[in-house]
Design a protein around this ligand. Structure first.
Ligand SMILES: *Cc1c(COP(=O)(O)O)cnc(C)c1O
Length: 436
């Protein structure tokens, strides 16, 4: 029976190879304006419309069956067509295609928050009796999920400090293997965060990868890394041996402090179990937020570049200021080992740093209350400059000993530099420091 109606769903089409033009490789920034979207399939709209629909009409019963084979995992790689908005949607799929490009990843998945991405990723890989190895410190909610939530389901963890050497990482993997053997499980994942918050300590991803390859089966134990602080512009961990990259897209990727979302990117074989659990649990990024992120990704490179240029100028002003005791900025690393890791893994210092005000909490508060351009708020990576006090805010509930170990002192201020004019920011910091 012939069918006069073109039943192609707006999104499904062969993906053209747009990565090269006449032998020239295009940069990710260029792809953000068009990759994965064909205007012809959406009435010629230059920009993708927002697809507010809970479900999608199948062209035929046979097609519906094939889609569900992909959804239920009977065939790897997910659905071949649009099915139901808990599983997929046009805005989400375009966003996933574009997000993956930044890291050179085969596949990507987007979520309703960074924490949803992290929780679903970990749950997809861990079973009772397994062990997670992680670098420390982690974003507090990630650390809580590993320790408190996964712990309830019989998953244990062992951690190592972010700056650990190859020998130290080797020792932790030996311990993790022994723990896993004891409980009849496996080392399910090595989970990293680099740079760590709020210390900015970098993890030697290359050393972790070499240690994993020597001690464990790389087909069983993936290395995942939270790349929120430097990615996707200044650090590409998949190039250094990581298997999965994790983002809070709320931060630099979203970049305007107006949405909450998360993402994971990596090879299809690592993404399939995560997609499958997301299909079951939900937690996919909604169409409107996905559309907002598509807009954000178009300016990601220029925003991150400008913010980093600003941060370099601001830190240059702050570093010798008499009211400043110290500064934790990747553009001003003093430690030789950290500098070596930076040189090998990063292409820029980013724009989030720690500032130690001469004095204690009172002096830090006077500085924060004196700022006029920079806003007093947690979070980072937006167009506007933000400042916060970790000891009294994000890390308030961390016990004093652990605070001391992490270097979270009462005079520590966390700063995320935005894309304002650098001279204006310097003037603001100068007048706020004068009030200390
Ligand atoms: C903000 C953040 C998260 C959590 O992301 P949400 O989008 O807030 O859920 C995870 N990791 C890092 C490093 C973050 O900064």
């Amino acid at each position: 029976m012939s069918d006069p109606i073109d039943h192609r769903t707006p999104r499904r089409k062969p993906k053209p190879d747009l990565t090269r033009i006449a032998g020239h490789t295009l940069s990710p920034a260029t792809h953000m304006m068009g990759y994965g979207y064909d205007p012809v399939l959406s009435e010629g709209a230059l920009k993708p419309p927002i697809f507010l629909t809970s479900t999608f009409v199948f062209p035929s019963a046979e097609a519906g069956k094939r889609h569900f084979e992909g959804i239920t995992g009977q065939r790897a790689g997910g659905a071949e067509g649009l099915v139901y908005s808990r599983f997929n949607g046009p805005n989400q799929e375009i966003l996933e295609d574009r997000l993956g490009i930044w890291d050179g990843a085969e596949d990507a998945l987007v979520f309703s928050s960074g924490m949803t991405a992290i929780c679903v990723l970990m749950m997809a890989y861990c079973a009772s009796g397994d062990v997670i190895v992680h670098s420390g410190p982690l974003y507090a909610a990630s650390e809580g999920f590993v320790g408190k939530v996964l712990g309830k389901y019989g998953v244990r963890y062992v951690d190592f400090p972010a700056g650990a050497t190859r020998a130290e990482i080797d020792a932790v993997l030996v311990k993790a293997k022994a723990m896993a053997a004891e409980s009849g499980g496996k080392v399910a994942m090595i989970y990293l965060e680099s740079p760590a918050n709020p210390t900015n300590a970098l993890v030697d991803v290359e050393a972790v990868c070499a240690a994993r390859d020597a001690a464990l089966d790389p087909a069983v134990t993936p290395i995942a890394i939270d790349n929120t602080f430097l990615g996707p512009l200044w650090q590409r961990p998949l190039d250094h041996g990581a298997d999965v990259v994790v983002y809070s897209l709320t931060k630099y990727a979203g970049g305007h402090s107006d949405l909450v979302a998360g993402g994971v990117s990596g090879a299809k074989r690592w993404m399939d179990p995560v997609r499958s659990l997301r299909n079951t649990m939900g937690g996919i990024c909604d169409p409107y937020t996905s559309w907002m992120l598509l807009r954000s990704l178009e300016t990601l490179e220029i925003r991150m570049q400008r913010a980093t240029e600003n941060a370099i100028k601001v830190c240059d002003f702050l570093k010798d200021h008499p009211k400043v005791e110290g500064i934790g900025f990747l553009g001003l690393i003093k430690d030789a080992r950290q500098q070596d890791i930076y040189q090998r893994h990063c292409t820029g210092p980013g724009s989030t740093f720690s500032l130690f005000i001469a004095g204690g909490e009172a002096e830090a508060f006077r500085f924060l209350d004196g700022l006029r351009i920079a806003k007093l708020a947690v979070s980072l990576g937006g167009t506007e400059t933000l400042a916060s006090h970790p000891a009294a805010m994000t890390h308030l509930s961390v016990p004093p000993e652990r605070k001391a170990m992490l270097g979270i002192t009462d005079n520590l201020v966390r700063i995320s530099i935005g894309i304002e004019h650098a001279d204006d920011l310097i003037a603001d910091f100068a007048q706020a420091l004068a009030q200390v």
